[in-house]
Design a protein. Structure first.
Ligand SMILES: [Zn+2]
Ligand SMILES: [Zn+2]
Length: 434
């Protein structure tokens, strides 16, 4: 029965062999030719003994028509072209496609690649019709074989998991295009000044077009951590665009100190990948407002890990109280806030862009330090996502408890710094990870 298909389609040795690709350690050509020759041998024997029937003759013709002319019988059957591969493995065709791919890739500096093979609809339909449980798609074979040849020509490795560039190719129509995957760079940033946002913040009036309010910059704040970090990286990689992923974010008026906040920057369609990160680091750090440390290359999956990992934080807040604050008050504050569950409804100041929900977060430890009668400093070790300004003010009862409610004196946050974004779930108030 497995030979019956040859009566309908004159599959070449390679394509016939591919129907049983998951059987035997042999190339598709070897397997296909061996199977055809074995059948020819059987039929030839039968014919010599005079035992052949009509079906044997039909199959004999079909095998000869498919290009396997090995019989000693005197038969003149013209070879027909294979409807499955249609010559896509022919040497000069492969050569043409290789040159085309190499020409497109010339513009890019990269390390790994992958071949993505695309088939015309009628070939897909044919595969669907003739498929056996041992078959592999012609897509696999073409991709593998073309990939091997391209790897040798380029002296670069194919990579199924994280290819820098995917060469999409339809060998039937000879269409080729490149998919240049992003380059990911991770590190930690410190924001040493207040007044810059983490990512580019467009002007609310003109939405980036430029107007009188934003002084025709299109932006609400003159600069951002994103822009300062991205600039030298975009110059070095000649990327098309970039995207900044931070492990959380601080407000515009909050500094990010200590050993910084983890981030990943994604460079879209980079022309150059092999860049000197030490040099980039120095370049960024010249800015003075933002510093980066530990730059290294990352993978796409790291972005998801960054976004889903809850990071505990240590903050420093300068608190202003409209009434006098005693040492006793501060002791009470440290006591009452230790391991305390805080319930927060979405702060009034962000209600315009976020849903009104209740958040539950925990404060683990607080240390205080009196500055003068109306000011004190707080070091707060707490869950990520806790709104610190509201933890202090109480936000008109929307955050409970709060520094204001515990002291029964109205307090506000005058200055806020992030001292530490903790990498894991442990860590003491001094920001040391245990
Ligand atoms: Zn074929
Ligand atoms: Zn504007």
């Amino acid at each position: 029965m497995m030979y019956e298909i040859l009566k309908k389609y004159p599959l070449c040795d390679r394509c016939f062999g591919r129907l049983f690709a998951k059987l035997l350690h042999a190339t598709n050509i070897e397997r296909g030719r061996a199977l055809k020759i074995y059948k020819l041998l059987e039929i030839e024997k039968k014919i010599n003994k005079g035992e052949a029937d009509e079906n044997d003759y039909e199959l004999l013709k079909a095998i000869l028509r498919s290009g396997c002319n090995k019989t000693r019988l005197n038969m003149e059957i013209k070879k027909e072209s294979c409807p499955w591969c249609r010559g896509i493995f022919e040497k000069d065709k492969i050569e043409r496609l290789l040159n085309k791919a190499i020409n497109l890739l010339k513009e890019y500096d990269f390390n790994t690649f992958l071949i993505g093979t695309h088939l015309p609809e009628d070939i897909k339909e044919l595969e669907e019709e003739i498929k056996t449980e041992y078959m592999e798609s012609i897509k696999q074979e073409f991709g593998r074989e073309f990939g091997k040849l391209l790897a040798i020509r380029l002296n670069k490795q194919p990579d199924k998991e994280n290819p820098d560039i995917v060469v999409h190719i339809n060998p039937y129509t000879e269409e080729i295009y490149l998919q240049v995957n992003p380059l990911f760079i991770k590190g930690r940033y410190r924001k040493l000044v207040r007044g810059i946002s983490q990512t580019i913040w467009l002007c609310g009036k003109c939405k980036g077009k430029g107007c009188e309010i934003c002084n025709y910059t299109g932006k609400k704040y003159p600069s951002s951590v994103e822009e300062i970090i991205a600039k030298p990286i975009m110059e070095a990689t000649k990327g098309k665009d970039e995207k900044f992923h931070g492990a959380g974010r601080e407000d515009v008026d909050v500094r990010m100190l200590g050993d910084g906040r983890p981030f990943i920057i994604e460079i879209k369609e980079p022309k150059i990948r092999n860049i000197d990160l030490k040099k980039i680091e120095e370049e960024i750090n010249k800015d003075g407002r933002v510093e980066v440390l530990n730059l290294s290359f990352a993978k796409r999956k790291d972005v998801i890990a960054y976004k889903n990992t809850p990071h505990k934080k240590t903050y420093r807040a300068l608190v202003e109280c409209s009434e006098k604050v005693s040492e006793e008050d501060l002791k009470k504050l440290e006591r009452e806030l230790e391991n305390r569950i805080i319930k927060q409804r979405t702060p009034k100041r962000v209600l315009h862009r976020r849903a009104d929900l209740e958040r539950i977060r925990k404060v683990y430890k607080v240390k205080t330090n009196k500055v003068d009668d109306n000011h004190f400093e707080m070091i707060i070790y707490c869950d990520g996502g806790l709104y610190i300004k509201e933890l202090i003010s109480g936000d008109d009862g929307r955050t409970k408890p709060s520094v204001s409610s515990i002291l029964n004196k109205p307090c506000i946050c005058k200055e806020l710094d992030v001292l530490k974004v903790h990498d894991n779930e442990t860590g003491d108030i001094n920001g040391r990870n245990e």
